[in-house]
Ligand binder design. Sequence first.
Ligand SMILES: [Zn+2]
Ligand SMILES: [Zn+2]
Length: 152
Amino acid sequence: MKKSHRVYRDNNFQCSHCQSFVSTNPMIAGVQNRNHCPYCLWSRHVDLSEAGDRLAVCKGMMKPIGLTLKRTRKKYGMAQYGELMLIHQCEDCGRLSVNRIAADDDANLVFNIYKTALQLDPQKKAELEASDIYFLSEKEEQIVRAQLFGKS
Ligand SMILES: [Zn+2]
Ligand SMILES: [Zn+2]
């Protein structure tokens, strides 16, 4: 018996963008609801209001378009940086969603998304930020590096 012929059926999926097979096992992903591919970071519009609800009918491809930081409450008046998050936009309906980065997402790819987002057309960026999602700018590069590659 070849091990490679073992098939995982539960919630694993094949990425519709790069065709990779993706495991949704939380032990590998490090998150409960993996909703994007760790190899190309694309996602699909399957969730309606909450991560993992799988209620959306759109099913469009969601492109990784930028990074943001999760808002956290400030404790003891100190500024705290939240967790780095990926911003996806649906190619079909334009919906934006903010998603946790999984443990096995390709850090270099995530960094490239950040770099690409810095080149966004200012008008488009303003439109996107009107939906209350803040795109990280050059100022946050140190934070992005520290979260992706660890502190040096
Ligand atoms: Zn993929
Ligand atoms: Zn959609």
